[in-house]
Design a protein around this ligand. Structure first.
Ligand SMILES: *Cc1c(COP(=O)(O)O)cnc(C)c1O
Length: 381
């Protein structure tokens, strides 16, 4: 009997971690510096060197990381920020929290990453309308793969736009031979438990090569403080990373590389074994995914729903990222100009995420493929 496959298996990961987490956590209980303890600095050093950035700043979540990065540039009313419509709400939410205007951009059908053609069109829409000043782009590394950074950088430079990376899902991925972490002015990370590098609670970080921005982020995460504690230089946030989460992440960093290898192996297994009528995620050239999410595309929404039910009947959990693009969400109705973003709209109908994590065995993966093959035969796919 093969053990049932799960969408996420944190108990199995705990077993692999052995005593690493306990030792780290016990040490925190000994020194009791629960806020901004030494583990935060140690983790920041690890993250910076891993991501190839000069600075890492630990923060309370991926969302706060994005918020701070935009705050630091004075993003606010009258400004337009471009971002994909096919992403998690956090990417757009922070723009609105600052009173700026999110401009939704379509994505590429194969890779799910932001489309440069759509970005070009959307910039021209905003310029023609003349109501908002184009100010920044948030590129999202979706599902574990890198956004098209080379093209995004050229575009941002040509149009004098600030460029930021929402790497919440993809820390650990490589692009053009190096780890993600310095593709943009700042890169934001999330340590939400289901992300490839997950804490046991909320957490995040900002990576940057820019000394001034790094200093600003450190100030913003701690109420806008200056060099001294009660020296209030600016309006900031309470957005620090907990020492305990930093300690847990330090333990998890030790097995992170092995986990990425294991995720990639499962992705290869799925790529090779899925029926040809099902589209596997297109790989971004010259990159290695962190495989946060393995998302297949079915020809029709009926087939997607049918496969999802079939898998559910066979005790295989799946998920849909994202059923509704952001410009269709009730919360963003006032921000959308009615332009159709056809790829983001149709993907929601046809995508299905299969379980992918380091504790899926080859046997479990093969069993999953057999179930999908049965379904495909029953449905002449
Ligand atoms: C998870 C996620 C975030 C937010 O991270 P939190 O740590 O949950 O606040 C932002 N952007 C994307 C694309 C995400 O997947």
């Amino acid at each position: 009997m093969v053990k049932p496959i799960t969408f996420l298996d944190l108990p199995a990961q705990q077993k692999r971690l052995g005593q690493r987490v306990q030792k780290r956590v016990e040490h925190v209980f000994q020194h009791c510096r629960f806020v901004m303890g030494p583990e935060v600095t140690e983790l920041e050093e690890r993250l910076a060197s891993y991501g190839g950035a000069r600075h890492a700043i630990g923060v309370s979540s991926g969302t706060d990381a994005l918020l701070m990065v935009l705050m630091a540039e004075g993003i606010g009313p009258g400004m337009a920020v471009f971002l994909p419509a096919f992403t998690y709400t956090a990417t757009a939410e922070v723009v609105l929290l600052l009173g700026a205007f999110p401009v939704f951009v379509d994505v590429d059908e194969g890779s799910f990453q932001i489309s440069i053609a759509s970005l070009t069109q959307r910039l021209s829409d905003v310029q023609q309308q003349g109501q908002y000043q184009p100010r920044a782009i948030i590129g999202v590394d979706l599902f574990g793969q890198p956004a098209p950074w080379e093209e995004l950088r050229a575009f941002a430079q040509k149009h004098d736009l600030l460029l930021f990376a929402d790497c919440a899902q993809s820390f650990g991925a490589s692009y053009q031979g190096h780890k993600l972490g310095h593709e943009a002015l700042a890169t934001t990370l999330s340590f939400f438990p289901s992300k490839p590098l997950g804490a046991y609670g909320d957490g995040g970080a900002v990576l940057t090569d820019d000394d001034d921005r790094a200093a600003l982020y450190r100030s913003l995460r701690s109420h806008g403080e200056g060099k001294q504690r009660y020296d209030v230089q600016r309006i900031g946030l309470n957005a620090r990373l907990d020492t305990l989460q930093a300690a847990i992440l330090l333990a998890k960093m030790e097995i992170f590389e092995e986990e990425l290898v294991r995720r990639a192996k499962i992705a290869d297994l799925y790529d090779a074994g899925l029926p040809t009528g099902i589209k596997v995620p297109q790989r971004v050239p010259d990159s290695q995914s962190a495989w946060a999410i393995y998302c297949i595309t079915l020809p029709t929404s009926q087939q997607r729903d049918s496969l999802q039910s079939y898998l559910r009947e066979h005790a295989v959990p799946t998920a849909i990222y994202y059923p509704k693009p952001l410009h269709y969400q009730p919360a963003y109705q006032a921000q959308h100009d009615g332009v159709s973003l056809p790829v983001s709209e149709s993907l929601g109908e046809c995508v299905l995420a299969l379980p992918i994590h380091p504790d899926i065995s080859d046997e479990q993966g093969e069993q999953l493929l057999e179930i999908i093959q049965q379904w495909a035969e029953n449905n002449q796919l």
